[in-house]
Design a protein around this ligand. Structure first.
Ligand SMILES: Cc1ncc(COP(=O)(O)O)c(C=O)c1O
Length: 366
């Protein structure tokens, strides 16, 4: 049996008529950049996430970059983040002229460890940028307390967590800004790049609207040096069609996860830990094994696709060598890179496929 990590063609076929119709409407309106389709989506996503405002941009990476830029930090200011994340998190900090400072992860949740954050705060620290990895929100309660005690801003990289919650509060209900990605394989994905920033601050919202549009409020007048980073209407129209399905897709992921938890209880892998306060939406279902590479090969031989997110921690990447971290600096992140394996969890899986993946894992002996 073949089991893929994602199945976007089937998702398209499920809602093909609605998508095609939405694309057609944008084509005949000929309003391709921003405009009412984008502002309607911004309102819908803000409402869905419990935020006052949402600002659509070109990608999840730009959402992070512009959220940082909108705070107008000074060059070289330090932003604390996780070394175990997609590169865009640290990349956005560096591109904004700021300094990424890493803090190790909690080995259970894979998210940044609040205690580790405390240890790397310096007089130059301006913000914390936690990542809601694999669809589980980082510990909002502990991190907000640290931010408040130290006068730090918060930018949550929620690219993988749309639809998630923590302590019964949605992404947009927390202090700070949260950034989203609509990369096609995300739980809510477009058919190209796209991203959004959620915020409850009117001034950050206004800043973002200018920064995404060359630093202009319109009329070829420019207050500041900006970016060209707008969400386009075709993406917004497609995402708006998908948004009403998101809850049921996330629930299907959670059902698949439940089935894995019950089937893999006694298998020779460590199952993902779910913080009881988190409503996990399983962007990834990531198991751990000391024989990860052999397990991956075994699953491949059974037709099961898997992914390694992520194989090398950011502090050990060549691109970030000027930060001068050494191997061993973040043992939990480094151990995760050697042991994690994400198995298929997408909402299009049949129960038979989930059982097949579970059977294939159970039969693995290193
Ligand atoms: C944690 C995280 N941050 C940022 C991004 C960047 O998003 P994008 O690919 O839309 O630029 C992604 C996804 O790709 C991500 O997974």
């Amino acid at each position: 049996m073949k089991v893929g990590l994602v199945d976007l063609p089937s998702q398209y076929l499920e809602i093909k008529d609605e998508i095609n119709d939405a694309i057609h409407q944008v084509m005949v309106s000929a309003q391709f950049i921003l405009g009412p389709t984008v502002s309607n989506l911004e309102e819908q996503i803000a409402e869905y996430s419990g935020a006052k405002y949402a600002v659509g941009v070109n990608s999840g990476t730009d959402a992070l970059l512009l959220a940082l830029v909108a705070h107008r930090f000074n060059p070289g200011d330090e932003i604390i983040t996780s070394p175990f994340t997609f590169v865009a998190t640290a990349e956005a900090i560096a591109l904004a002229g700021l300094k990424p400072v890493f803090a190790d992860i909690d080995p259970q949740t894979f998210n940044i460890d609040p205690e580790a954050i405390k240890r790397v705060i310096t007089p130059r620290t301006r913000a914390i940028m936690p990542v809601d990895l694999f669809g589980q929100m980082a510990d909002r309660t502990a991190i907000i307390e640290i931010a408040e005690q130290n006068g730090l801003e918060l930018i949550w990289d929620a690219a993988q967590a749309i639809g998630g919650a923590f302590a019964n509060k949605q992404l947009g209900e927390w202090t700070g800004s949260a950034t989203l990605s609509f990369f096609p394989t995300k739980n809510l994905g477009g058919c190209g790049d796209g991203g959004m920033i959620l915020t409850n601050s009117e001034s950050i919202r206004d800043g973002l609207r200018k920064y995404r549009f060359h630093g202009s409020g319109g009329g070829y007048v420019y207050d500041r040096v900006g970016y060209c980073s707008r969400l386009d209407a075709l993406q917004a129209a497609i995402i708006a069609v998908k948004l009403p399905h998101l809850e049921s897709w996330n629930n299907a992921r959670r059902r698949n996860a439940d089935l894995y938890y019950s089937r893999l209880k006694s298998a020779n892998v460590l199952l993902p830990f779910c913080d009881p306060r988190a409503h996990h939406i399983y962007h990834q279902y990531t198991v751990r094994s000391n024989h990860r590479d052999a397990l991956k090969l075994h699953l491949k031989s059974r037709g099961v696709d898997t992914g390694i997110y992520y194989p090398l921690a950011l502090h050990l990447q060549k691109a970030y060598e000027s930060l001068d971290y050494k191997p061993g600096a973040f043992p939990h992140a480094e151990n995760a890179t050697q042991t994690v394996l994400s198995i298929p969890i997408h909402p299009g899986l049949t129960e038979e496929q989930v059982h097949y993946v579970a059977d294939s894992i159970c039969e693995f002996s290193p």
